[in-house]
Design a protein around this ligand. Structure first.
Ligand code: SF4
Length: 333
């Protein structure tokens, strides 16, 4: 079957709180190709994680996916599925791994028992077959002595091993899509590299598509085919990884790249993006990035920019008025 495996269109996830409406994800659209890795980058609070949780319909009240949002997985429209049908999708067609393995691992259950249970639930196999699959998966993610590890509890494993066990559980049912939400952020740099290598290798071997969420552009550059840059609940720029990193179009992407350390002989002082992500209860009018943008002019404060340009769309009026680009912005704001 050709075409994207996952199509997200106009996803809006709002939290209807007593304090007002929180528009955490506000009109996000993207496609994920089969076997592709899509990186989602942006600062904390920009809506990356809520986007992933929305795809799995794991947003709890007062959060809600708004009615005209669509999330298509193959020929299924996930926003319309019953909760029972959605349980079939989770951990089976779409799996998710988190920054903290204990989010998905139960501390009072053996690793093998948890993986076997997931397989039994979704594949309807017997106890012995589930356990066999669990051992196979632990071996696949590089745990030594997988048969022995089956009876370990999560606390008996190191941080890196727990992360591997979580990946084993997520992949045990051969998902079409893996959602990886900052899976290496809490790990030491060496372990981080090992887990990234492992994810790349497994993806190639198993052919799944992956959404890799991170605030760390360096990590995303290593793993993603395509990148979307999120800010204030919206996509600000989208393109092939190479284009985003070598020819960023949006001032926010430029700012993110300037604040990422590079391996140069003498490290220059890192630039930062002025200000902070605004509150989702009160996104700024016009371009949501305007209070922090070194190029902002009147139009930016009043008119909402759509995604402009075709090959590497950017939600910025500079696409129409490039002469407004200021020297201050070029210098790092
Ligand atoms: Fe900056 Fe204006 Fe572009 Fe927004 S639309 S990013 S404020 S130049």
């Amino acid at each position: 079957m050709s075409g994207p495996i996952l199509q997200v269109e106009n996803l809006r996830t709002y939290f209807h709180t007593a304090d007002g409406l929180v528009r955490a994800v506000d009109g996000v659209s993207f496609n994920l190709g089969r076997g592709e890795t899509l990186g989602i980058v942006g600062e904390s609070g920009c809506g990356k994680s809520i986007t992933c949780l929305s795809i799995l319909r794991l947003v709890d009240p007062p959060g809600r996916i708004e009615p005209d949002s669509t999330i298509r997985l193959g020929d299924r429209e996930l926003t319309r599925l019953s909760e029972a049908a959605m349980r079939e999708v989770r951990g089976n067609a779409i799996s998710m791994i988190f920054q903290e393995p204990m989010t998905s691992l139960n501390p009072v259950w053996t690793i093998g028992g948890q993986i076997a249970e997931a397989v039994r639930l979704h594949r309807g196999v017997g106890r012995a077959e589930g356990r066999e699959r669990a051992a196979e998966m632990l071996g696949l993610v590089g745990l030594a002595n997988p048969q022995r590890r089956l009876d370990d509890y999560p606390h008996e494993l190191s941080g890196g091993m727990r992360q591997r066990a979580m990946i084993a559980m997520a992949l045990a049912c051969d998902p079409d899509v893996l959602l990886a939400d900052e899976p290496t952020t809490a790990l030491d740099v060496t372990i981080q590299a090992e887990i990234l290598d492992l994810l790349c290798e497994l993806q190639e071997r198993l052919g799944m598509a992956m959404i890799f969420v991170s605030h760390d552009l360096g990590v995303v550059a290593q793993i993603a085919d395509r990148v979307i840059v999120m800010y204030a609940g919206q996509v600000l720029e989208e393109g092939a990884t190479e284009g985003i990193f070598s020819r960023p179009r949006h001032p926010y992407t430029e700012g993110l790249l300037r604040s990422t350390p590079k391996l140069t002989a003498k490290l220059p002082r890192l630039a930062t993006i002025a200000g902070s992500v605004p509150s989702p209860k009160r996104w700024p009018a016009g371009c949501r990035f305007h209070p922090r943008c070194p190029h902002a002019w009147d139009r930016c404060r009043e008119d909402v920019p759509p995604l402009l340009a075709v090959d590497q769309p950017s939600r910025c009026w500079l696409e129409e008025e490039p002469q407004r680009r200021t020297r201050r912005g070029e210098a790092g704001g």
